[in-house]
Design a protein. Structure first.
Length: 358
C-alpha cells in the first residue's frame, strides 16, 4: 500500500490556489448544511449527491502525552498502525485530489490521532493547504509544543487558526490524567505567551476543561471551570468550554446509563477523516483504524465517499446496528440525549463548520 509518506509528489498545482480559489459564501454554506441535514436526518441516504462537506486530516499519529482518556495510553497502540507523519508531498497529493474532484470550502481540520506539532513539518503542510485555498485551520493540540518559534513558523498571511487545547486549573490533576510531570506549567505559559503576542493575532484558542473526566459534582466542576478562566487574561482570542466525556472509541467505561433513545450519528454524511497514511476512517475517534473506508493515496474521493464501505456504514447506523461497524460498536454517543439532535446539529454548523464565518 502506498502511504504517500516517502514518495515525492511533484509540486505541480492545479488552478485552485489561493489567488483564484473562490470561497463559499454564507449562502453557499447554508445550502450545504441544509442539504446535509436532509440526507442525514430526513432521507437517511446511503448514496450522497454531494462531496464531503468537511475534511479532517491527521498530521501524525505520534503524541507526547498518554492521556488516560485516549487510546494513546495503550502500550500496544502502534501495533496495527505504526507511528509516522504526513509529509507536505502527501498533503499535496490529498488536497490536489480533493480540489480536482470539486471539494469546496476553506475550512480544514487537522485532527485525528496524535499531536499535530509532533510533526516537525506541520507548518509546511499548512502552507501547502493555504495554496489550495484552505485558509481556516481548526485542530486540537495539547499545547506542550506551542513555543513562539513553532507558532511563528505557521503561515500568517490570509489565514486564521482555531486551536483547541484540553486543560484544567488543577496542576496535579492535569499531570495525572493528561500531561507529563511539569507539563501543566509549560502549557499555561505557552498559552499566555501566545495570547500576549500581537503578531499571533490570527490564532485563537478554545480551551476545554477536562475536570469532568474524574469529577462528577456539579458545584465542584463549576468552581474548577471558574478557576480555569481566571488563569488567563481577558482576550477576544480565547474562549472556554466544558466537556462531557463519551466512550466514542470503545476504550472507556460508558457513562450513559440507558441505551434507549438512539440518535443517528451524522459524521458519515458530512465529514471525511483522513489519516496520515491516506486511510479514510469512520470518525475522529477511530484512532486505530478499525473501520477503514478507503485510501486517498490509492482511490478517488467519490469512489470512497459513495463506495460500498461508506454505504454500509451509513446503512448500519440508519438501521440502528452500530455494532456491525468495528469503530462504532462500543460508542455511546448515539444514546446521549444531548448529542445528534437538531439543536446540536445547529450548534455544530455554527461552531465546527463555521457556518456564519466570512
Amino acid at each position: 500500500m502506498s502511504t504517500g509518506r516517502d514518495e515525492l509528489i511533484p509540486f505541480t498545482r492545479l488552478s485552485v490556489n489561493k489567488m483564484d480559489y473562490k470561497k463559499l459564501s454564507r449562502t453557499g454554506k447554508l445550502y450545504g448544511a441544509l442539504r446535509l441535514f436532509y440526507h442525514w436526518a430526513i432521507r437517511r441516504s446511503e448514496v450522497l449527491p454531494y462531496l464531503p462537506q468537511e475534511i479532517s486530516i491527521e498530521p501524525t499519529n505520534r503524541c507526547n502525552f498518554t492521556c488516560s482518556f485516549c487510546p494513546q495510553s495503550n502500550p500496544d497502540h502502534f501495533a496495527e498502525i505504526p507511528a509516522s507523519a504526513l509529509t507536505p508531498e502527501g498533503v499535496e497529493k490529498i488536497l490536489r485530489k480533493l480540489r480536482a474532484e470539486g471539494v469546496r470550502g476553506d475550512l480544514l481540520h487537522w485532527t485525528l490521532d496524535g499531536e499535530p506539532f509532533m510533526n516537525k513539518r506541520f507548518h509546511e503542510n499548512l502552507r501547502v493547504a493555504r495554496d489550495y485555498g484552505f485558509t481556516t485551520f481548526h485542530f486540537a493540540t495539547n499545547g506542550m509544543l506551542l513555543t513562539p518559534h513553532r507558532l511563528h513558523q505557521l503561515p500568517r498571511e490570509g489565514v486564521k487558526f482555531a486551536m483547541t487545547p484540553d486543560f484544567c486549573s488543577d496542576e496535579a490533576y492535569f499531570e495525572d490524567v493528561r500531561g507529563t510531570k511539569g507539563s501543566w506549567k509549560v502549557v499555561l505559559e505557552n498559552l499566555r505567551t501566545a495570547l500576549a503576542d500581537q503578531d499571533l493575532d490570527h490564532i485563537e484558542f478554545k480551551v476545554t476543561d477536562i475536570s469532568s473526566f474524574k469529577i462528577r459534582d456539579a458545584d465542584e466542576l463549576e468552581k474548577r471551570f471558574k478557576a480555569l478562566k481566571a488563569l488567563f487574561p481577558e482576550s477576544e482570542r480565547i474562549s472556554f468550554h466544558q466537556r462531557v466525556f463519551h466512550n466514542a472509541s470503545g476504550t472507556m467505561e460508558s457513562r450513559i446509563e440507558s441505551r434507549e433513545g438512539y440518535r443517528l450519528c451524522p459524521y458519515p454524511w458530512y465529514t471525511m477523516f483522513i489519516a496520515h497514511n491516506g486511510d479514510a476512517v469512520a470518525c475522529c475517534r477511530d484512532l486505530e483504524h478499525q473501520t477503514v473506508l478507503g485510501n486517498l493515496f490509492e482511490q478517488d474521493v467519490m469512489e470512497i465517499w459513495n463506495g460500498e464501505k461508506y454505504q454500509a456504514l451509513r446503512r448500519d447506523l440508519v438501521e440502528k446496528h452500530p455494532e456491525k461497524q468495528a469503530a462504532c460498536k462500543g460508542c455511546d454517543m448515539p444514546y446521549d440525549g444531548d448529542k445528534f439532535t437538531i439543536k446540536n446539529f445547529a450548534k455544530t454548523a455554527v461552531h465546527r463548520m463555521m457556518l456564519l464565518d466570512d
